[in-house]
Design a protein around this ligand. Structure first.
Ligand code: ZN
Length: 369
């Protein structure tokens, strides 16, 4: 059992955007890989990192993210598969004691010994923000507690992105069943208070709903209601796919809880994160993004100055702007633009206008957001 069944081999930084004290650090650990299988783990970890890099909004936040891989070997391969959930009864000796049927009821619930995982991560990287364990099994499963897990089943990277939503960003499940539509008892009408999670709500008032800034004035509220609270709400989307509003059916309940968009990765795998979830991810990662001051200058009353900024092509870089050093003075910016150069580099430009009232000192700033 546990740490007698393997070894912590070491840690490797596989995505490097700088000092871990100022970045959002994802740590990926191996579970149920024998030492001869660690090369396979390196491939599995890299495949997930590639998938994450291609996933909105991580693609535009990438330069705020570091990724570390911790190689941990186990005596045996795979994860326990208890017969209580219909499994084979396989019970291997692995470092983090991974098991399907982690709650004794649901086969796909793949759990590990979270305490042992935290011990290993704390010893290697105290600045970890998100911990992901890849379990070397082709059986479908995952979970998202204080650490997230996923297996190597087809589509398992989708499980990982979903579980990361729970573990890193505190998202609720947006689906409206627990064990299954037509199986659940007691999941018709939600009667509790407003949930703490940022992506489900009891509120359908457009001015007080958590994601009110994302709802267009022309969108009906609620946007979609469930006509039969004894059933899951699987009717067609009444609005265009990218509409944010209030859609009834979320958080394991058919009625009384709403989600922000018809589809979301937190509702069903294979969808993008919805606009509500993406906004939460952007806000939570904003403090870890690259930010810099390019220069300081003074501009006279009534003057316009063009600023050109060369910057190598850098995924995620998009916002540039000016910061006034003397509060109370206003500057206008005009004509921000981006020019692709023939050598592959990028030039950013912006006009700074002082509408009058005296000289203004300002700092030219860029933020990779
Ligand atoms: Zn969502």
């Amino acid at each position: 059992m546990g740490v007698q069944d393997g070894n912590v081999v070491g840690m490797t930084k596989i995505v490097d955007h700088g000092d871990p004290s100022v970045r959002w650090n994802l740590v990926i650990l191996s579970e149920g890989y024998q030492s001869s299988q660690l090369d396979q783990f390196h491939n599995d970890a890299q495949n997930f990192v590639t998938r994450m890099y291609q996933t909105a909004p991580y693609d535009e936040l990438w330069c705020g993210i570091n990724v570390y891989r911790i190689d941990v070997s186990s005596t045996d391969s795979g994860a326990a598969d208890p017969m209580g959930c219909g499994g084979t009864g396989y019970a291997p000796h692995t470092y983090f004691d991974a098991t399907f049927c982690g709650d004794g009821t649901i086969q796909r619930l793949l759990t590990v010994n979270d305490g042992t995982v935290h011990d290993v991560v704390n010893a290697q990287l105290p600045h970890a923000n998100m911990i992901l364990v890849i379990v070397n099994s082709t059986e479908y499963g995952g979970s998202g507690g204080s650490v997230a897990t996923f297996s190597l089943a087809d589509g398992a990277d989708e499980i990982a992105l979903h579980e990361m939503g729970h573990t890193a960003f505190g998202f609720a499940d947006e689906y409206d069943y627990y064990q299954g539509c037509g199986i659940d008892i007691g999941h018709n009408n939600y009667t509790g208070g407003e949930p703490g999670q940022p992506n489900i709500t009891t509120v359908t008032d457009r001015s007080t709903i958590k994601w009110n800034n994302l709802i267009a004035g022309t969108t009906a509220m609620p946007t979609m209601s469930n006509p039969d609270c004894t059933q899951c709400n699987n009717g067609p989307n009444p609005v265009p796919a990218d509409t944010v509003g209030a859609f009834e059916g979320a958080g394991y309940y058919h009625c009384g809880l709403y989600r922000g968009q018809y589809a979301c990765r937190m509702r069903a795998l294979g969808n993008p994160y919805c606009g509500v979830c993406q906004q939460v991810i952007r806000r939570m990662l904003a403090p870890y993004m690259v930010s810099w001051t390019y220069g300081t200058n003074t501009i006279g009353a009534g003057q316009t100055q063009d600023w050109w900024l060369w910057w190598p092509t850098y995924p995620g870089f998009e916002a540039i702007g000016v910061q006034v050093a003397t509060p109370g003075n206003e500057l206008q910016t005009e004509n921000p633009g981006i020019q692709q150069n023939s050598d592959g580099s990028t030039t950013y430009f912006i006009s700074v206008v002082n509408p009058g009232g005296g000289d203004v000192e300002f700092h030219f700033r860029g933020t990779a957001l």
